[in-house]
Design a protein around this ligand. Structure first.
Ligand code: MG
Length: 169
């Protein structure tokens, strides 16, 4: 466990989920806590929110703690269909318990469809709420038709977070 004296600390998170039709196990598509109407959705044990998974791992990584897969087993029935905001919530509980707060978050979602642009502010606002800071940035990119992500068969997210000593009280 790190101590606030070590601050600031940086964390990186990455996640990927396969996208399938509902008949092949695809769940409703949720990105950063925002639901999208889309023909394909993530295959996952939880709700499959690729962005919240990357953010959770970035927070845990900054603390030097075990990753999301170690903390929340993907075979535990308890986590089946779980709202991934609860994973972020647990990571934030650990951030605060260690004497830190989030300085800022920068994240990128890589997907071919649907377009993130029109809903980006909604996603950003939800992340800001979950992380307790307005210093949140979200970017959307396509994979230029390359590989599984480019064919619309997968979705990826990258997140980098800075945590700083919480000296506010
Ligand atoms: Mg995941």
């Amino acid at each position: 466990m790190s101590t606030p004296q070590d601050s600031p600390r940086i964390g990186h998170g990455y996640d990927v989920h396969r996208l399938e039709l509902p008949a092949d196990g695809g769940l409703p598509l949720v990105i950063g806590g925002v639901r999208f109407e889309h023909v394909h959705g993530p295959v996952a044990h939880s709700d499959g929110d690729v962005l919240l998974h990357a953010v959770t791992d970035a927070l845990l990584g900054a603390l030097g703690e075990p990753d999301i897969g170690q903390l929340f087993s993907d075979t535990d029935p308890k986590h089946q269909g779980q709202d991934s905001a609860e994973f972020v919530g647990e990571a934030m509980r650990r951030v605060r318990a260690a004497g830190y707060r989030v300085g800022n978050l920068d994240a990128t979602v890589v997907l071919e469809r649907p377009k993130l642009g029109p809903r980006k502010e909604e996603i950003r606002a939800r992340l800001a709420e979950l992380l307790g800071t307005d210093a949140v940035n979200v970017k959307g990119k396509t994979h230029e038709g390359l590989d599984a992500v480019g064919r619309g068969k997968a979705i990826e997210a990258h997140a980098v977070v800075l945590i700083v000593a919480d000296t506010r009280n």
